[in-house]
Ligand binder design. Sequence first.
Ligand code: SAM
Ligand code: SF4
Length: 468
Amino acid sequence: MAPPRKLHIKSYGCQMNVYDAQRMVDVLTPEGFVETASVDDADLVILNTCHIREKASEKVYSELGRLRLARDEAAQSGRRMQIAVAGCVAQAEGEEIVRRAPVVDVVVGPQSYHHLPQLLARADAQGRALETEFPVEDKFGFLPQPRPEMIRARGVSAFVTVQEGCDKFCTFCVVPYTRGAEVSRPVAAIITDVERLAANGVREITLIGQNVNAYHGEGADGRVWTLGRLLQRLAAVPGIARLRYSTSHPNDVDDDLIAAHRDLPELMPFVHLPVQSGSDRILAAMNRKHSAADYRRVIDRFRAVQPQIAFSSDFIVGFPGETDTDFAATLALVTQIGYAGAYSFKYSPRPGTPAAEMPEMVPAAVMDERLERLQQLIDRQQSAFNKAAIGQTVDVLFERAGRKPGQIVGRTAYLQPAHVFPGPGLEPDALVGQILPVRIDSLERYSLLGELAATPPQHARPLAATGA
Ligand code: SAM
Ligand code: SF4
């Protein structure tokens, strides 16, 4: 039997890429690959890339420069290292990648990575292989299910892609070009995935998609199901205790989704709902097709059915033409909503998008100053939100042993990391996968520190031995 070949995947960018990287491992495991944490002993290195901002894209080329050296070193010791570029840079730049970095053997877009074994074989035979078409077949139909030991190794919280691509065409964004048109997976396929994950110890599922609440998959009844309906069905899967979804668009929040937040205790009261800007003029130029007031109304609908709900968002500062007044409107919106956290970015022109052609670029120094002010405001809100947990007893899903001996780490409903020392006689590993009440005593940066507020049940067992 040939010795296993070693695979190293480096992923950049969004949750979708984290998920895709895992599925690439699932595709390559039956081909005799095992994962390695080190580039230096890898036989195959895959860079799973992100094209969302210029900085993210350019990182790929500097990494390829380093890989050329690693590959030369491997060759000196008689070992061959193959290099593949996957993800959205692969999709957007295709042949340009091998022109700039001839060290690359395989270029594969996000809709084609189920073909990796064939592409590696083709690169072996012909020196190079590229595939950046959107194939007619659905890659999910070809992806092997992860092995049970793989699911257990990945932990108690898992991502499941339910929707891909985007038809919204915000003027700044490359996603509709790199990930293609919106496609939803059928309900039955998602249920199969979730049941398999749950049977192997997964307690929390995050449904992911570029525009996840535009989900419109086919149900077993032949009807189109909404995200709300899908969540309702998945809440009934034995073993699944927590459900989340990301990333949502304000315009696709429908009554089913609101009802799911009203009715499902499994659906966590924490929603990532990007707004990008608080200025109606800028929102129109971004082609967001909603105003700041529309966004506030959506937030109010969630709050009306679930008073515990908290929100996070994405913001872009320095979109072309953004004035001081526009930026003040963003600060005002953030102040009104009150976020538990948010990501904020400086606008980065992306080739081929309408905004890249817009005049009136905001000067870099102005962008820096606005980003700083916005981040300070969001930071203050996040700190206040975290501080409010002190003195409270909150449910924590324990994920893994902590860095300190005897410590265990989990997450609250709001994804805040929580650190606990369960005390003598309780092995941290035995608590992994359990949701237990924790009394929060203090804060350490963004983490909550506390003590178990209840004795764990006697049947506490390590994850590897857990059924559902
Ligand atoms: N689909 C999601 C949405 O509609 O909000 C997220 C898409 S994107 C992967 C994540 C975030 O990157 C966006 O919400 C936006 O804030 C940011 N982003 C996208 N294009 C950008 C650009 N050209 N420059 C700066 N930030 C950008
Ligand atoms: Fe990009 Fe807009 Fe689609 Fe989000 S909704 S992926 S920002 S085009």
